[in-house]
Structure formats: C-alpha cells, structure tokens
Design a protein around this ligand. Structure first.
Ligand code: NAD
Length: 642
C-alpha cells in the first residue's frame, strides 16, 4: 500500500508488512504535542487519504518522549472572541473525531505519557486504547480546570466507555488516572510495559477483539437513569463550585445528560462557557502556573539527598513530601520520640495515596530518622524547620554550615523571621535562602523562595529548581515580613475579626467570602492556622504595640486555639466546624473584607517584594486559594475598574 507520508508536517506515516499504518504525531517546533488547527487539518487529510486506500489498521502514537498529546492548543482557544469562533472550534474536533470513530478499519491509540483533553478524546474515538504502564502515563479530561468542556467527544465517549459515574468524576474534577487504573475502569483495553508496546499495539489492532462492554448497570446509568446520575452529580458539584462562578461543570452534566454529549446541540451553553470571564481567567491562571514552573529551569542542579531539621508540623511533612517525590531524606529532631510521630503521620497519609505496597515501602525507606543529624554532611539541600525562635535557629544554622558540603543549599522555612537576621552567624551569609512551604505541605502547591539583599542569585535559582523538582510551584519573593502570602492574608483575617468584634457572626462572615468564591471563609481559616499563630503573626506583622481584636484575644486567653484543640471560633466535634446558619449577609461585606487583601497585594508589588502583578496574582491564588475564577486579586481589581 502506498501512502503519501511526505505531505504532512506534524505527522509521520509508515506502513508495516501487515498493512497497518502507524501515524506518529511529532508536532514541529514543540516539545509537547497539542492538537492545534494545523495538526487537526492534517489529521483530516490523513483520514481522506486512508478513505481511498483503507489500511488493515491504524495506530496513533507520539514521537515525543514527553507524552502522547497534552490536549488542544490553549493559545488558540484563548483567542475565541465570538460565538461563531467558539462553535467552529468545538465543531472542528467533534466532527473529525466522529469521523475517526466511524472508519471501517480498526484503530488504536498507543498511549504513553500524558494523554489529556483533546488527546484523550482522540484516543477515545479509536476502537482500542493501549496504555503503557509507566509513572508518567496519565489520562484525563481536565478541560473543566480551564473553565471549558470536553466538547470533542469526551462527554459522549468517556461515559460510554467507563460508565457515567467514573466519567463524570474525571470530567468534573479534572483528575487524571494512570495506566493500571485506566485498564481497571475499562478506558484502556490493556496496559503493557514500554518494551513490548509496539508489538502489543500491532497485534491488538488486528485482533478483531470486540471492545469490552461496560457492565449492565453502567449502561443503565448511561441510559434510562441518566437523570438520577445527573442530579447526584449536580449536588456533588454544588458543594465545591457555585454555578455563577464556575458554569463549566454544570454544563458538562447537562450536555451529557440532555444532549448526548454533543455540545453543538447546545450552542448557547458553549457560548456562555467559551466566552465567559471565568474561562478567560482560568486560562490566565493556567499560564501563570506555567510561568511559575518556568522558574525551575535554567540550572542543572538536581537534589538527591535532603536533610530536614525539625520534625514538627512543617518539617515532618516537608520530609515526607520529599521522600514521596523520590528524594532520599534524613529527618533530624531532638530525639527519636520527636521524629517517630512524623514518620507515623507520613505512613498513614501515603498509605492512602500509594496503592502499590512495594512503592510505599520504598518511600518509607527513603525517609530516614536521623536524631544525630549525620545526614547534613551528605545532603544536597538542608532545610531548617525548627520552631520560630531567632536564637535557636541561628545556633542551628551555624552548626549546620560547619558540616555541610560547600555547594549544598541551605534554607530556612521561617514564616516571620528575617533572612538578614538569621544569616549573620554564617561564614557565607549569601548562601542562606528561605524555602517557605505552606501547611498542609501535600495540599498547598505554592512554595515561596525567599531572597534577601545580597543573596547569591545562583543559590536562589537552585532553590527554585529544587521546589520544581519536588513538584511544587516556586514563587520568588524578597525577604520581608510575611513575604507575599502571609502578608496579604494578615490584614484580610484582621478585618474579618474586626467584623466579629462589631457583632457579625463567624458564619455570616465566612458565608460572605464563600459567596465571593474563596475556598474557605476567613474565620475558619484562622481556626485552621491556629489562634496562637494568628496572635504571633499579628504582632510580628502589625508591630508589637498593635491591639489584637477582642474576639481573638479572649479565645486565645481561654486556650481556644482553633481546630487543633477542637475549639476556636467554631467547635470541632468531629474535625469539622460545627456551623450555625449564616443568616443574611450584609451588602458590601465581601468587598469590605477583601479590600485590605487587595490593597496589601498592590503594596507588595510596588515595594518589589514580588516582581510583578501577575506573579502576585499567581502567588495569592496558589498560596491561599484566592478565587481562581477571578484570575487573582489584582486581575480582579483591574476588572472591577474596567
Ligand atoms: P513545630 O513546633 O511543630 O515543630 C518544631 C520542631 O522543631 C519540634 O519538633 C522541635 O522538637 C524541633 N526542634 C526545635 N529545636 C530544635 C533543634 N535545635 N534541633 C532539632 N530540632 C529542633 O513547628 P512548625 O509549626 O513545624 O514550624 C517550624 C517552622 O516552620 C517555623 O519556622 C515556622 O515559622 C515555619 N512555618 C510554619 C507553618 C505552620 O503552619 N505551622 C507554615 C509555614 C512555615
């Protein structure tokens, strides 16, 4: 069989001896494959060509080591500025993948590495999906995170393939699954090691094996019982996202349940979604996140060993996280009895997260208790996370510097002490940086990388790279009280407590900010942070003479320190706040509460604590959960005044 393999820029076509065409996507000029208009046009031409000479089979694979296909081209989608262009964009993929799904010859997607969004929709349009069992193989439809819907067939085919509950769970949360889970759910027909993937693909595509049908119950749920499933899904979504802030998840449920997954049948929904401020802002957040990731580049530095001193709330969790991410970690504290609880905590949490017993054991083996601190000598990164005491930290840092390798990174996790005050004891003061994690470490994506006047830029760069290496988002900030995140949260929490002092209930205040779009109300946040921490932060951020709010002082004096003791502004009978009814929220309350946060963010940008407004937005979103659909505090301010 002859194919015209030279007429495509992004695809390479080859035919094997059995007459199977291998279509390899290797997008020109990019390290990652995405389905741009050009790539899709070429795919349409390939299908034209194969229509006239049908092959025995067609296998899609990627020419990129990074993965299969990362999704549609987000740049192109962000240019959608009219209803017609939105519809055109959806139609392009919907029609092409319907055409692919209907071809007469068998088709297979060989999925290795990421296979997301439009990439998974392409794979779903193939008769078979063969997943390669590697840690980087992840499949998902994360469109909802960009405020849009999987309109290229995902809403039709994923529920057909794996049943609507698992499919909606993936589409509504954006979460991804690995190769084994894909096979378990029936998304992948099989999952094989990389060394046999080509042979396995070549034989599966010709196997004439019927696709596994989902069990009867799933077919009923995807048919006559759609309404029930949809109602349940709407309730679940309502717990996390309000429709006025995040229309996309609701649209996904509707398009699946009422329009057979065909977004083109609901043009008004598409227009609402694609041109919404939410989608625009979530795309902005996506690019901000890419920018933060970029800070990890530009150095060869890769850590293998980490030494953490202080096995408390933060140190214990930082160590556990680094071990999870593949680093060898030594954890030092004043005795085994202080270290053991951190190890137990790590085991309890990772056991839930890591199903594979051998992998779990490897992670725990990498987390080594080190009461005598021997690990400091060999580590590439040393992180100090002992309690917040200047003298104790200075003494510790000096002793660490004496034994550390000269090229190793030395960092403090301090929240409120100045790098300048800590580093005076070092022989090389320029080497100390802050690597400021947030609590809980495993949930908070942001890490502030703190440079002081005269810090060595190469070391700061390594700090950024280390943070990336452990899959967190580095935000470079200058040394100043509270850096960015705590500095903006302080005045916001203070204003919330002033409102309590004026007689508003915590419930009303929290409801005002939940309705604004915050993931958690400010009063509940104070309970979570701890009222003792809020007291200390208040005096260090606002000055020792500042009067704390009466509601804070009274609870602090009574020992009601928040969630950790079961009582703060709220009671925590079962780990969750027992809240009464919120009552009517006074007009303008949210605007009043958020104002100090917005003003402080602006101030920190003009003071140069963070380099520019976009980075400040990124930091406040990823460090505090500030309503992502707004695109960040400063973007929100700009839009208010627009
Ligand atoms: P913590 O009180 O839970 O733990 C501190 C640990 O340090 C204790 O286990 C203690 O035994 C140990 N320690 C004290 N002196 C030591 C020494 N000389 N050698 C070895 N171990 C020693 O404290 P934490 O909340 O984990 O805070 C640690 C650091 O992280 C502080 O600098 C804090 O400002 C910062 N931080 C805390 C949070 C938070 O939410 N708790 C968030 C970000 C940063």
């Amino acid at each position: 069989m002859n194919i015209n393999s030279n007429s495509y820029r992004h695809w390479q076509l080859e035919v094997n001896a059995e007459g199977v065409v291998w279509a390899t996507l290797d997008k020109v000029g990019e390290s990652t494959n995405s389905l741009s208009a050009a790539v899709m046009d070429e795919l349409a031409r390939i299908l034209d060509e194969l229509d006239s000479h049908p092959p025995k089979g067609l296998v899609f694979r990627s020419g990129k080591p990074a993965g299969f296909i990362a999704g549609a081209d987000i740049q192109e989608f962000s240019l959608v500025d009219s209803a017609e262009r939105g519809i055109e964009l959806v139609a392009r993929g919907w029609q092409l993948f319907n055409r692919l799904a209907a071809v007469s010859y068998p088709t297979l997607a060989l999925v290795r590495g990421h296979c997301l969004g439009g990439g998974l929709e392409l794979a779903l349009a193939c008769r078979y999906l063969l997943a390669v069992d590697e840690p980087t193989t992840r499949m998902g439809l994360p469109e909802v995170m960009l405020g849009i819907v999987p309109g290229w067939g995902g809403m039709l085919r994923l529920p057909e393939r794996i049943g609507p509950q698992a499919a909606l769970d993936m589409m509504l949360t954006g979460k991804t699954i690995d190769a084994k889970k894909a096979r378990r759910l029936g998304l992948a027909d099989d999952c094989v090691p990389a060394r046999v993937m080509d042979n396995a693909a070549a034989s599966l595509v010709l196997a004439e094996q019927p696709r596994r049908r989902p069990p009867m119950l799933q077919r009923l749920l995807n048919g006559p019982f759609k309404g029930l499933v949809a109602a349940g899904a709407r309730k679940q979504v309502a717990k996390r996202a309000r429709a006025e802030h995040y229309p996309a998840p609701y649209a996904i449920i509707d398009i699946w349940a009422r329009y057979q997954g065909n977004a083109l049948a609901a043009p008004e929904l598409i227009d609402n979604i694609f041109r919404s401020a939410t989608a625009r802002n979530l795309v902005r957040v996506f690019f901000l996140q890419e920018r933060l990731k970029g800070f990890g580049k530009g150095t060869e530095f890769r850590a293998r060993r980490v030494h953490v001193v202080g096995a408390g709330v933060m140190g214990g969790d930082i160590a556990a996280w680094c071990a999870l991410r593949g680093l060898s970690v030594t954890l030092q504290d004043q005795g085994m009895e202080r270290i053991a609880p951190a190890l137990q905590r790590a085991y309890a949490v990772w056991r839930q997260r890591v199903r594979d017993a051998r992998e779990l054991r490897n992670i725990m083996d990498r987390l080594i208790p080190d009461p005598d601190g021997h690990g400091a000598r060999h580590a590439d990164v040393v992180i100090e996370a002992i309690f917040e005491n200047l003298d104790a930290k200075r003494e510790l840092l000096a002793s660490l510097e004496r034994v550390m390798r000269p090229e190793a990174l030395l960092a403090t996790n301090t929240s409120s002490l100045k790098i300048e005050d800590l580093r005076g004891v070092l022989t090389r003061p320029a080497r100390l940086i802050g690597i400021h994690f947030f609590n809980p470490v495993a949930k908070m994506p942001l890490v502030e990388v703190v440079a002081a006047e005269g810090s060595d830029p190469e070391i700061v760069q390594r700090g950024n790279a280390f943070v990336r290496q452990i899959d967190r988002l580095p935000l470079p900030v200058r040394s100043a009280p509270g850096f960015l995140v705590n500095a903006v949260l302080g005045p916001y929490m203070l204003e919330a407590m002033r409102a309590v002092d004026e007689g508003l209930t915590p419930e009303t205040i929290d409801e005002a900010m939940l309705a604004f779009g915050m993931p958690m109300g400010p009063i509940e946040l104070i309970d979570m942070v701890g009222l003792d921490v809020a007291m200390a932060a208040g005096s260090s951020l606002a000055g020792a003479g500042a009067t704390p709010p009466a509601c804070l002082l009274a609870r602090f004096n009574a020992g009601h320190l928040g969630k950790k003791v079961g009582k703060g502004f709220y009671d925590y009978p079962n780990g969750r706040p027992a809240k009464g009814p919120a009552g009517a929220v006074p007009a303008g309350l949210a605007a009043r509460l958020v104002k100090p946060l917005l003003e402080r963010t602006q101030q920190l940008v003009s003071d140069g604590i963070v380099a520019d407004a976009d980075l400040a937005d990124a930091g406040v979103i990823f460090g505090t959960g500030f309503a992502p659909f707004t695109g960040g505090p400063l973007n929100y301010l700009r839009n208010q005044h627009a």
